[in-house]
Ligand binder design. Structure first.
Ligand code: HAM
Length: 427
C-alpha cells in the first residue's frame, strides 16, 4: 500500500534550489556589508533555556505569552525554547564567555527564529533574521551607526520605498512615571478598551497604545506621551542620534507611538518600514537595551542593536531581480566506455582544482541521454569523451548556451582553454 505523503509544518518553508541560491547570494552581500562596519559573527544554539526569553524578552510580551515553541526535554526535565529572537541568546553567550571584560563587541548572527504566529505573507513560524548587536557602547553615535548601516544595505540592494521611524523610550524611571500616568488615563477610559487592552492595562500599558482597534484610536491618540516625560539626558541622547542622522542625510520620522514588542528596550527604538509588503511592513527593527545584560546576570553594560527579517528583505530585493538560477555551472562531463569514464573523472577533479564548477555525469546511459542531462544542468559547456577522444588524449568541448561549434581540445590544454573561454570573455 502506498504510504501517505508527509508534509512540512505550516508556516515553516522549504527553500528550493533556485531560491536557496538567491539566499546565498544575499547572505554574501550581507556578510560583506557587516564586515565593512567591523562586525564579527557569533553563532548560538537554536535551543535555549526557556527562562532566558521569559526574563530577557519579558513575561508580558506576545512572544513569551503565546508565541514560543517551548517544551520539556523528556530526557532530563529541562524547560527549553526554540529561540524566538537572537538578542537574549547573544547576550547570554557574550556574558557566559566574558567577552565584555574590558572590551566592547560588534557582533552579528544570521539564522532561523521561531514564533507561533498566524502565518501570512511575510509572517512565518520559522523565519530568518540578520541580527546586529553593538555591546558596550553608551553614546548616541552607535545608535546612529546602526541606523546608517541599514540605509547602506538598502542602497547596496537597490531597495526603494523603505522609510525610517524612530522614537525614544527614555529610561526606567521616566518610563515608570509615564506608565503611572498612562494607567491612570487608561483606567479613566476602560469602557473603550477591548479585551486585550483591558488585559494589558496593568501588565503592559504601553502595548495598549500599539492596538490597531479603530474604536480605541481616539483614546490612544490623546494618551500621555512618553516623550513628554523624558529627562534631560534622554532627550540629549535622542537629539544626538537624530543630529547624526541628519548629518548622514538619512531621513527619519519621529513616531511617538513606536513602542516595540519586546521589553528590553530603553531610549532609542527604530523600525524600517515599507508599503510594498502589505500588512507585514516592518523589514528591520531594533534599539537600545542598556539593562538587558545586567538583567541576564552580566556586569552592567550598555548595548544596542537591530534585526531584519530576511524573508521580508528578500521579497523586496527579488522584486527587482530576474528569476532562475544565480550560479552557472561551467561544465558537465559526459562519456562512453570505461576508459572515457576514468579520463572524465580525472579531468573533472583537475578542473575543479583550477576553480571551475564541474558536474561529472553519474549513472551511465547513451550519449544522447547524457547530453540531455548536460543541457538541463544549465552548464556552459559539455565535455564529451568517447573512444576516439581517449585514443587521442583529447576531449570534445561543446558550447551548450551560446551557439558555436564543438571543438577538439587536447587534454593538457583543457584547463587553459576553458579559462580563456570563460574568464577571458568576461573582461
Ligand atoms: P523583532 O521586531 O521582534 O525584533 O524582529 C525583527 C524583525 O524580524 C521584524 O522587523 C521582522 O522583519 C522580522 N520578523 C519578526 N517576526 C517575524 C515573522 N513571524 N515572520 C517573518 N519575519 C519576522 C527582534 O527580534 C529583536 N531581537 C531585534 C533587536 C536586535 N533589537 C536589538 N537587537
Amino acid at each position: 500500500m502506498a504510504q501517505q505523503k508527509l508534509q512540512g509544518i505550516r508556516g515553516m518553508n522549504d527553500l528550493l534550489p533556485d531560491e536557496a541560491e538567491r539566499w546565498e547570494a544575499f547572505e554574501e552581500i550581507v556578510r560583506d556589508w557587516l564586515k565593512s562596519y567591523g562586525y564579527r559573527p557569533i553563532r548560538t544554539p537554536i535551543l535555549e533555556p526557556t527562562a532566558l526569553f521569559v526574563r530577557g524578552v519579558g513575561e508580558h510580551t506576545d512572544i513569551v505569552e503565546k508565541e514560543m515553541y517551548s517544551f520539556e526535554d523528556r530526557l532530563n526535565g529541562e524547560q527549553l525554547t526554540m529561540r524566538p529572537e537572537g538578542t537574549a541568546a547573544c547576550v547570554r553567550a557574550v556574558t557566559e564567555h566574558n567577552l565584555l571584560y574590558g572590551a566592547s563587541q560588534r557582533l552579528y548572527y544570521m539564522g532561523p527564529m521561531f514564533r507561533h504566529e498566524r502565518p501570512q505573507k511575510g509572517r512565518y513560524r520559522q523565519f530568518h533574521q540578520v541580527g546586529v548587536e553593538a555591546l558596550g557602547f553608551s553614546g548616541p553615535d552607535v545608535d546612529a551607526e546602526l541606523i546608517v548601516m541599514c540605509r547602506r544595505l538598502w542602497d547596496d540592494l537597490g531597495l526603494e520605498d523603505v522609510t525610517l521611524e524612530i522614537n525614544s523610550l527614555g529610561d526606567a524611571a521616566e518610563r515608570a512615571q509615564h506608565r503611572q500616568a498612562l494607567i491612570a488615563y487608561l483606567e479613566q477610559h476602560q469602557d473603550v478598551l477591548d479585551d486585550d487592552g483591558k488585559r494589558r492595562l496593568h501588565s503592559n500599558p504601553l502595548r495598549v497604545l500599539d492596538s490597531k482597534n479603530p474604536a480605541m484610536q481616539e483614546v490612544i491618540e490623546a494618551a500621555p506621551k512618553l516623550m513628554d516625560f523624558l529627562g534631560e539626558e534622554s532627550l540629549e541622547h535622542f537629539e544626538g542620534v537624530t543630529a547624526l542622522l541628519r548629518e548622514a542625510a538619512v531621513p527619519y520620522r519621529i513616531n511617538p507611538r513606536l513602542v516595540r514588542g519586546l521589553d528590553y528596550y530603553n531610549r532609542t527604538v527604530f523600525e524600517w518600514v515599507t508599503t510594498r509588503l502589505g500588512a507585514q511592513a516592518t523589514i528591520c527593527a531594533g534599539g537600545r537595551y542598556d539593562s538587558l545584560i545586567e538583567s541576564l546576570g552580566g556586569k552592567p553594560a550598555p548595548a544596542a542593536g537591530f534585526a531584519m527579517g530576511m524573508e521580508r528583505v528578500m521579497m523586496m530585493w527579488m522584486d527587482g531581480q530576474e528569476s532562475g538560477p544565480v550560479s552557472r555551472l561551467d561544465a558537465y562531463v559526459v562519456y562512453q566506455g570505461d576508459a572515457a569514464q576514468r579520463l572524465g573523472f580525472r579531468l573533472g577533479e583537475e578542473l575543479r582544482a583550477a576553480g571551475f564548477s564541474v558536474v561529472f555525469h553519474c549513472g551511465g546511459g547513451s550519449f544522447k541521454a547524457q547530453m540531455k542531462k548536460a543541457d538541463a544542468s544549465g552548464a556552459t559547456y559539455a565535455i564529451v569523451i568517447g573512444e576516439d577522444e581517449v585514443a587521442t588524449q583529447s576531449v570534445s568541448l561543446k558550447p551548450l548556451r551560446e551557439g558555436g561549434e564543438q571543438e577538439r581540445i587536447a587534454v593538457d590544454a583543457l584547463t587553459d582553454e576553458l579559462a580563456e573561454r570563460i574568464y577571458g570573455s568576461e573582461e
